[in-house]
Design a protein around this ligand. Structure first.
Ligand code: F6P
Length: 192
């Protein structure tokens, strides 16, 4: 059966600094993950074909760079746009935009960053990606935290309330195998 593999990008410099958004490069640990990824994937692919989808951001492209498969970049897979909060830490946001910080905590799915996006916005912009995903055979998406939450929630029927809190850990490959009813999920963690 076909499989959908998911991985967040390897740890980025912004992840190390705790900053939101941006377009930073991978950290040294993130680069190690990118080097380990081809082995991790081929081990669970059983010699089948695969296409790799990334966003247009440096951290997902760098994470996929050693994978020996055809690749496609999707703008629609770029991380949730944090608008005026892009480049800030959560502490910065709490200090500079306390009202927004509280509003997001109240309703994380619907909260839209000033000049940016909400999870609801992201679910909409992912529609064409999901339609194409349904038509494809084996795909690996090298993505971002908020984006992978939305796609994961689609396949596993999570509610809008749960979706923004789904745990998609770094340096882990998730393998989804759609079945007649529901989806099987396997997780492969890479320890660095
Ligand atoms: O911190 C990494 C990151 O991908 C940010 O770029 C993004 O704003 C955030 O995670 C999304 O997670 P949450 O919606 O929980 O803040």
């Amino acid at each position: 059966p076909r499989a959908i593999f998911f991985s967040r990008h390897g740890e980025s410099m912004y992840n190390v600094l705790g900053k939101l958004g941006g377009d930073s490069d991978l950290s040294p640990r993130g680069r190690k993950y990118s080097e380990a990824l081809p082995g991790l994937i081929s081990k669970h692919l059983d010699g089948q074909n695969l296409t790799v989808w990334t966003s247009t951001m440096r951290r997902t492209i760098q994470t996929g760079q050693h994978l020996p498969y055809p690749k496609l970049q999707w703008k629609a897979l770029d991380e949730l746009d944090a608008g005026v909060c892009d480049g800030l830490t959560y502490e910065d946001v709490e200090q500079q935009y306390p009202e927004d910080f509280a509003l997001r905590d109240d309703d994380k799915f619907n909260y839209r960053y000033r000049g940016g996006e909400s999870y609801r916005d992201v679910v909409l912009r992912l529609e064409p990606v999901i339609m194409e995903l349904e038509r494809q055979h084996n795909i690996l998406i090298v993505g971002h935290q908020a984006i992978l939450r939305c796609i994961y929630a689609y396949y596993l029927n999570y509610s809008h309330e749960e979706l923004p809190y789904i745990k998609i850990p770094l340096h882990t490959v998730l393998k989804l195998t759609p079945r007649a009813y529901g989806c099987d999920v396997e997780q492969y963690k890479f320890d660095i």
